[in-house]
Design a binder for this molecule. Structure first.
Ligand code: 5GP
Length: 196
């Protein structure tokens, strides 16, 4: 029996961007503003934890086998092989849990996943594309992170080029040139969407 069928649907806020565009920083900034009533949808991934990441906070870190079992069980709203051999997905249970608390779900998600969720939820979802000022700045940011190998950085840059081409399918494009300005704009967008 599907016990989640009666949870009333709430709203969703999707922040998508090429990796290194600053979307995670913007999402964290929004989450610090308690009056917005947002809660982060913790994704599942088959990649290992990086740096300070914590299981059950940043991601649910699953083995590839466990991830695939959950795909088979139908536990994901969407999932994707974002990078070759690395799976990421949104658990249905995360969204249901957050809506049951009366909160709005916020996602930090790659571009294809973000557009998939937007097409599932339509007007209930605000889809924001975070745009880096240039490919050069993006590369600098990725290298500055120093957590990924050269090969991983190359993969991320190749993906970013494709993703930039999909920006205009989002409800809004937010240019992240100056972080403070981008933070303010993100807050305004969310307030407007939620009528706050
Ligand atoms: P990272 O490995 O840098 O944390 O994430 C890689 C990419 O996967 C990022 O663009 C991130 O937003 C995306 N991602 C994280 N969670 C999900 C998810 O649940 N679904 C999809 N489709 N992409 C995700």
């Amino acid at each position: 029996m599907d016990t989640t069928a009666h949870t009333p649907q709430g709203k969703l806020i999707i922040f998508s961007a090429p990796s290194g565009s600053g979307k995670t920083t913007l999402v964290h900034h929004l989450l610090t503003q308690k009056e917005l009533g947002l809660a982060f949808s913790i994704s599942a991934t088959s990649r290992p934890a990086r740096g300070e990441e914590v299981n059950g906070k940043d991601y649910y870190f699953l083995s590839e086998e466990a991830f695939k079992q959950r795909v088979f069980n139908g536990d994901f709203l969407e999932w994707e092989e974002v990078y070759s051999g690395t799976l990421y997905g949104t658990l249905r249970s995360e969204v249901e849990r957050i809506w049951a608390e009366g909160k709005t779900v916020i996602f930090d998600m790659d571009v294809v996943g973000g557009l998939n969720l937007k097409s599932l939820y339509g007007d209930k979802a605000l889809a924001v594309f975070v745009k880096p000022p240039s490919m050069e700045v993006l590369e600098e940011r990725l290298r500055g992170r120093a957590t990924d190998s050269d090969d991983k950085i190359r993969q991320r840059l190749a993906k970013a080029r494709k993703e930039l081409g999909r920006a205009d399918r989002f409800d809004h494009i937010l240019l992240n040139k100056d972080l403070d300005t981008a933070k303010q704009e993100a807050t305004q967008l969310v307030k407007l969407f939620l009528g706050k």
